[in-house]
Design a protein around this ligand. Structure first.
Ligand SMILES: CC(C)(COP(=O)(O)OP(=O)(O)OC[C@H]1O[C@@H](n2cnc3c(N)ncnc32)[C@H](O)[C@@H]1OP(=O)(O)O)[C@@H](O)C(=O)NCCC(=O)NCCS
Length: 151
């Protein structure tokens, strides 16, 4: 565990607080409506960098990785009342220093408007965007279609 002022940073799986993470992600622009169970599964399969204040999780950065060649950074947030204090930068430093994330061939992320933040930590626009493809759910966490009552 790593401490700064009144904050601690932990990558321990048991330290992460899925209900609090869910409360933020469900109102985020990228995972709106995500079910709690999906958040739990995503945390269990990831390296999670959580920041805590007074025992409560106030920030997260989640890394999906094989821990050898590739990583994907996602679900990066800091709760509103804790922003502007360097917590996101701290999580990005911890990610860069993590022993299981060294020597990767590719580390990617997607962001709507925080390019400047990530650029300070070495991320650049895709060098060959035309090489990438995706399967993107159109309404990922929308309520499932209701069965037709007439069958
Ligand atoms: C983006 C976010 C994680 C930044 O958290 P934060 O703890 O306030 O960021 P920091 O205090 O560590 O800021 C570090 C630096 O990055 C800059 N920065 C912060 N957010 C930025 C953004 N969206 N775009 C560009 N630069 C940004 C800050 O100005 C700061 O620069 P400084 O050192 O010159 O003051 C936070 O604003 C947030 O949770 N936003 C909503 C969720 C979101 O957009 N997440 C990113 C999805 S990819």
């Amino acid at each position: 565990m790593n401490c700064r002022d009144d904050y601690t940073l932990s990558t321990e799986p048991e330290a992460q607080q899925p209900e609090r993470i869910h409360a933020y992600l469900a109102r985020s622009y990228w995972a709106s409506g995500i079910p709690l169970e999906t958040v739990r599964r995503s945390l269990a399969g990831s390296l999670c960098f959580g920041v805590f204040h007074a025992g409560l999780q106030v920030a997260l950065a989640r890394v999906v990785s094989d821990r050898a060649t590739f990583a994907y950074l996602c679900d990066v947030y800091v709760l509103e009342e804790h922003r502007g204090r360097g917590l996101a930068a701290w999580m990005l430093e911890a990610i860069a220093a993590h022993p299981e994330l060294q020597g990767l061939r590719r580390f990617i992320l997607a962001t709507r408007d925080a390019h400047g933040l990530y650029a300070r930590h070495g991320f650049e626009p895709l060098s060959r965007p035309q090489a990438f493809m995706e399967i993107l759910a159109k309404a990922s966490y929308a309520a499932p279609a209701q069965p037709d009552p007439k069958g």
